[in-house]
Design a protein around this ligand. Structure first.
Ligand code: NDP
Length: 252
């Protein structure tokens, strides 16, 4: 059944925790109908529990299973979204992982998993909605990259390569869609207080924090506010740009 609500529809990949969750909340507060994804079909009950917790707090977020590293899964998820809403206005490619190791010790699996999840995913998801965005003559695409895609990071050749690739994708697609009412931008966070950063060894984490001029890690909502700004209809002259948001850790 097609949804009758006419407010704008936003898809945030990987939004049941971390930065993605904050983006879902901020977009919902701004009046969007928000859909997010969980990766693993077996974790549907946990994802639904999360959804119910949000609903109990008055925040309605729609949920769909989508493994962003799988083109088939993205096609299936996108079909469900378009059947349900008949449109998509904002796409936030947020889902991502790390599999860190120095190059000497990095397995082919660790390389491929990160490239599939952090870079191929942006292609996989975007391609499923591009025709719709072009037909609508409207769209906002925000790709979440990383400070480490800008400057590289010891122990992260896979992650740094994927995240740098995301911005290349952004710049190319921005040119292809600029006259069609679609903007495409990259947000490159520095270190933000989420599971991903808490998984880093404590000693390394302290050293990283000491390199941040602001003196602390970022909060997910601080990233989400920038995404909301770029998603806004009025941000129509901003496209192909990369926005660092890193507490002054890398100025470029
Ligand atoms: P988290 O580890 O907290 O959350 C990652 C999210 O991505 C989860 O919702 C997870 O879903 C989802 N995800 C991972 N793999 C897949 C997949 N194959 N298909 C669908 N969903 C998937 O990460 P953060 O919130 O910290 O990071 C969010 C984004 O921000 C990432 O792209 C990350 O690289 C980037 N970033 C993060 C920084 C940080 O300091 N935290 C700094 C710079 C960039 P599930 O729960 O279902 O597994």
């Amino acid at each position: 059944m097609t949804n009758k609500d006419t407010s704008r529809v936003a898809l945030v990949t990987g939004g049941t925790r971390g930065i993605g969750e904050a983006i879902c909340m901020v977009l919902r507060e701004a009046g969007y109908q928000v859909v997010t994804t969980y990766r693993n079909p077996e974790r549907k009950p946990q994802a639904q529990e999360w959804q119910q917790r949000q609903a109990a707090a008055g925040i309605e977020i729609d949920l769909i299973q989508m493994d962003v590293s799988s083109p088939k899964s993205c096609e299936q998820g996108a079909r469900e979204i378009l059947e349900r809403y008949g449109r998509l206005d904002v796409l936030v490619n947020n889902a991502g992982i790390t599999r860190d190791a120095v190059m000497k010790k990095m397995s082919l699996d660790a390389w491929q998993e990160v490239i599939h999840t952090n870079l191929d995913s942006v292609f996989n998801v975007t391609r499923c909605f591009l025709e719709t965005l072009l037909e609508q003559k409207y769209g906002r695409i925000v790709n979440i990259s990383s400070i480490n895609g800008q400057k590289g990071q010891f122990g992260q050749v896979n992650y740094s390569a994927a995240k740098a690739g995301v911005h290349g994708f952004t710049m190319a697609l921005a040119q292809e869609t600029a006259r069609k009412g679609i903007t495409v931008n990259t947000v490159s966070p520095g270190y933000v207080d989420t599971d991903m950063v808490m998984a880093i060894d404590e000693g390394v984490r302290e050293k990283l924090q000491a390199q941040i001029p602001v003196g602390r890690f970022g909060e997910p909502r601080e990233i989400a506010r920038l995404v909301e700004f770029l998603a806004d209809e009025q941000s129509s002259f901003i496209t192909g740009a990369n926005f660092p948001i890193n507490g002054g850790m890398f100025m470029h």
